[in-house]
Design a protein around this ligand. Sequence first.
Ligand code: TPP
Ligand code: MG
Length: 898
Amino acid sequence: MAIQEPQDLAHLHAIENTEWRDSLDYILREQGPGRVRQILRLLQTRAQEHGVSIPFTANTPYINSIPVDKQPVFPGNREIERRIKSIIRWNAMAMVVRANKELEGIGGHISTFASAATLWEMGFNHFWRGRTDEFLGDMVLFQGHASPGVYARAYLEGRLDEKDLSNFRRELAPEGGLSSYPHPFLMPDFWEFPTVSMGLAALTAIYQARFNHYLVDRGLRASSGRKVWAMLGDGEMDEPESLGAITLASRENLDNLIFVVNCNLQRLDGPVRGNGKIVQELEAAFRGAGWNVIKVLWGSDWDRLLEDDQSGQLVNRMEEILDGEMQNYVVSKGGYVRDHFFGKYPELLEMVKGYTDDQIFRFRRGGHDPLKVYAAYKSAVEHTGSPTVILAQTIKGYGLGEAGEGKNITHSQKKLNEDELKEFRTRFNIPISDDEVASAPFYKPADDSPEIKYLKERRAQLGGSLPHRIDVSIPQACQTEELVREYYEGSGDRELATTMAYVHLLGKLLRDPELGKLIVPIVPDEARTFGMESLFRQAGIYSHAGQLYDPVDKGSLLFYNEKKTGAILEEGLSEAGSLASFIAAGTAYANNGVNTIPFYTFYSMFGFQRVGDLIWQACDSQARGFLIGATAGRTTLAGEGLQHQDGHSHVLALTPTRVKAYDPAFAFELALIIHDGLNRMYCHQENWIYYLTVMNETYLMPAMPKRPGVSEGVLKGMYKFRPTRLKSAKAKAAPKAHLMGSGAIVNEAMKAQDILENDYGVAADVWSVTSYKELYRDAVDCERWNLLNPTKKAKTPYISDLMAKEDGVYIAASDYMKVLPAVVSQWFPGPLHCLGTDGFGRSDGRAELRDFFEVDARYIAVAALSRLAAEGSLKATVVAKAIKDLGIDPGKLNPHVD
Ligand SMILES: Cc1ncc(C[n+]2csc(CCOP(=O)(O)OP(=O)(O)O)c2C)c(N)n1
Ligand SMILES: [Mg+2]
């Protein structure tokens, strides 16, 4: 037949289409999906060979990934589960409404849990396994601001009572209250994972899942099939941390990881992608990264329509509709959806002519349909080989009706008037009378009611309640004093950097019979910078796959040694990922029942300022471990300049509670501090994070002075390192200066001591300040105690005690900003002159940098002379002469400004 006429062509296409489709159906039937994939691949290659380009698309159609005929039978009792969910919805809402009635402006969120209720309840009733003696339980990271949903369920389970719920966001109430968001620090028996800083949950979940494999591969835990679930928001996925590590998850085949993104299409201010489709965007990103993506977009109401959609027009319409418009369908009434969604094409209008407007309005979205959600979860937990993300379409503020359902203001809605409460009550069928409803009472069915019995039975089946933070870790003996003792002797005539001493000590710890297996060195692609490559061979770099290639440096002693049982987590260039690993390893004592000891070593500039929020999260998680800021010190790290030289991490380290921060100068100080950390954290099970800066400047490491109080002083933050060498009679008559140095700057203080004593007849004591933070913490604690106990004998801060018998002038110099010593100045017997490294770094040598930032020996000496002149012990002309003699240019650039 001649095929010129368009209708002939269309006819031919229709025949061809049917043939191809039938062939595919046949192959699928006879040989399964694997063969179908092969054939499609073959055709694609063939087309490409002929120059037919096939446009890339990472998206699948905008319909549910699991077809109706693949939906499993739902094993639960739908009616009872709906009742339970309704009651939880009510109580979660009531918590927030009541809190705001009692204390205006206390905040809280109703709409987020309202949209997530089915997603969470499905997990609670059917999937999330609790912790038992035999099984550690699944790990669930709950979207933080939907916390009322977890509390409301815990209330029905009998874990929380009415008083607890009444005191939501009232932790300071005399009888205690519930924290606003998941905070293990505030509710250590309840919450396991802090999540409310958007984006961090996704990142930490990925590294947690990987760490769970690491523990198994290293023989520290038996394989158990436990899963990590991260319940996330669609707006939250815009945080770089949310998507930043998704390729790691697929690369590592983390099929123990499931993300559930609650795509309610809204964030705080408005739509997530009004002009686009967030689900499709996320699908492309996750599929591109190699994840198993399951879309749960439409509820069962749509199944019939989709079945009737022979031409594919309904699917087209679903695909072209924008999220902003989807939101309109929620807030609109009557025939809007009919007119605007179906009305665009007559064929679609025809499809729904048998439905009333109200029925159309109530067509559910997938994330609110238990059958669809169950199918997705079941498929996710059974999937192997890659991580899974479930993209579930929901409605923000579901059930709030006029009070906020789908509205742009819904995120912050926390007050419902009487009519709105009534409507909510009626919609979810809560047995509360009209008279009572205005006070939003909590509702709990009797213990022997079908709802409570069912809910408890489900949890019992799944191994008990969750979240539930349990710490059953066993203290370590930590006999590490023997290991660190060698550093007390000093390095003799060998010059060392504190970094070298640290790496040496870490190597010893890794060999320790008790602690060795527990040490988890973490590095973000900087091991060689810090001279840690010796550990590659010794401890191995962790790789689940082992080493499938011959490393180029195989013949060398320090080759790049990847292996399945490797201890080192080499995270590549991801400080955020490294911190996430630090959290996983640092909380393993509770979340995995094993005392792993993380030593995360990083460029100190890219620590607190780069990933400060994750450090905050680590503290909230009650993580334990060591953060080692290497190449530290604005003038000690030469050459690197503005972006690299850290002169403020110790200032930032003042902020998170539970971080102890040390700037040790010498190997013995470092050894004492690490020993103390091991002892406190793993022997006495205290929750601390130790932050230590280590440097790359080499010098002779002195032996620990034999005077009493030195080791105590190192840990408390300050001790006298080198008293004046002037003979005692001469020293008594001489003006006196106290030079407080920290880190490598202690050496400058010692040189200043020489200048002052030899050239100016000033007696000077050199002190090493290892931690301004410890001094500050102790002093403010004393002050507080004295304030509250006016009639008792006043306590004196450690610094004041230490300096009680001293007089003279006081100079502090460190490689950090001047504000650091200034935080403790008021507890010194006299004014404290602070030298420090305020300002942007420069590329230059150490001597030049110390001159530029005015922290070298000459400036320390001049500062001492200047203070002595100010208090009348010297003439100002002596200072002027010293400035000249020491070659200081008073007209030089001001580093603070220039
Ligand atoms: C880093 C960070 N920035 C801002 C916030 C404040 N905040 C909390 S929830 C939220 C919107 C969340 O939207 P989405 O992730 O879509 O969650 P939904 O409530 O819609 O489920 C914002 C801006 C935060 N908690 N963390
Ligand atoms: Mg959202």
